[in-house]
Design a binder for this molecule. Structure first.
Ligand SMILES: C[S@@+](CC[C@H](N)C(=O)[O-])C[C@H]1O[C@@H](n2cnc3c(N)ncnc32)[C@H](O)[C@@H]1O
Length: 245
C-alpha cells in the first residue's frame, strides 16, 4: 500500500546549505592533511581553518535541522494546531497553501463527515514535488480522497464566496508571499471566507503575530497564540482566532 509523503520544505535551501557546508568542511579537512594543492595556500588562509570548520558544521547542521523540521517536527506542530479546534466532525475546511496535503488530510481525518478544500499555487521552490497529483496520491493513501478537493489559486484572491468554511487553516504558506501588502490581503481573504462562528488556524514563521493582530482589528475573538516555535532555524508561532457568530 502507498505511503503518504508530504515532502521537504524549501528543498533548494536545504540542498545549498548541505553543498556549501560540505564543500567548506572538505576544504578545511584537506588543508589539515598536509598534502596536495593546499600547501600553496598562504598562512593567513590556513589560519582560518578553525573558523571554516565551524562554519561548515553550522551549515550542515542547519540543513539537517530543516530536514528534521519538515519530516518529524512539523507534524507535531500541526497536531497542536488542529487541537485548537473543537472538532464536530462535519466541518467544511479550507487549507490555504495546502502543498502535498499535510494539513488538509489531517483535517479530513478529524472531520470524517466533513469536506476539505485545498488551494495552492504549486511552487516547487517552497515544497519538493508539490503538485495536485502529489496531494491526490496522499489523499488516496490516507483514504480521504472522496472528501478532499484541490484548487489551483492564490491566497490573495480566494475563488470562494464569503463565509464558505467552518475552519480555515494554513501552515507555513503565507510567509511565501514576499510583500507585507500581499500577506495582509491573504489574511483578509482568509477572514472573508470564514463563516461566522468559524475558526482560523495558522502556523507560520516570522509574520504570524502580524496576522493575528490584523485579525483582531477585523473583529476576531478568542485569539490564542503559542509560544515561539523553532522550525528550520526560524522562529514561528501558531494561533487560533474565532470569527464571532
Ligand atoms: C512550505 S509549503 C507548505 C505546504 C503545506 N501547508 C505543509 O505544511 O506541508 C508552502 C506552500 O504554499 C504555497 N504557496 C506559496 N504562495 C502561495 C500563494 N500566494 N497562494 C497559495 N499558495 C501559495 C506553495 O506553493 C507551497 O505549496
Amino acid at each position: 500500500m502507498a505511503q503518504e509523503n508530504y515532502g521537504q520544505d524549501a528543498p533548494t535551501v536545504v540542498r545549498n546549505l548541505a553543498i556549501i557546508g560540505g564543500a567548506i568542511l572538505l576544504g578545511a579537512w584537506t588543508t589539515g592533511t598536509g598534502g596536495l594543492w593546499f600547501r600553496q595556500l598562504p598562512a593567513w588562509v590556513l589560519a582560518l581553518r578553525p573558523t571554516l570548520v565551524a562554519t561548515g558544521w553550522v551549515l550542515v547542521a542547519m540543513a539537517a535541522w530543516m530536514v528534521v523540521s519538515s519530516r518529524w517536527l512539523k507534524p507535531q506542530v500541526l497536531k497542536s494546531l488542529l487541537d485548537q479546534h473543537a472538532w464536530r466532525g462535519d466541518e467544511a475546511v479550507l487549507d490555504i497553501g495546502c502543498g502535498r496535503g499535510l494539513v488538509a488530510i489531517a483535517a479530513a481525518r478529524r472531520a470524517p463527515h466533513g469536506y476539505v478544500t485545498g488551494i495552492d499555487l504549486w511552487q516547487e521552490v517552497d515544497l519538493a514535488g508539490n503538485s495536485p497529483a502529489a496531494i491526490h496520491a496522499n489523499a488516496v493513501a490516507a483514504g480521504v480522497a472522496d472528501r478532499l478537493t484541490v484548487d489551483t489559486g492564490d491566497a490573495r484572491a480566494l475563488p470562494y464566496p464569503d463565509a464558505s468554511f467552518d475552519v480555515v487553516a494554513s501552515m507555513t504558506a503565507i510567509h511565501n508571499i514576499p510583500d507585507a501588502a500581499g500577506r495582509t490581503t491573504a489574511i483578509a481573504e482568509a477572514w472573508r471566507v470564514t463563516r461566522p462562528g468559524g475558526q482560523i488556524l495558522i502556523y507560520d514563521i516570522r509574520h504570524a503575530r502580524a496576522y493575528a493582530a490584523q485579525l483582531k482589528t477585523l473583529g476576531a475573538v478568542d485569539i490564542r497564540m503559542s509560544l515561539p516555535i523553532l522550525l528550520w532555524g526560524v522562529l514561528g508561532w501558531r494561533f487560533a482566532a474565532t470569527k464571532p457568530a
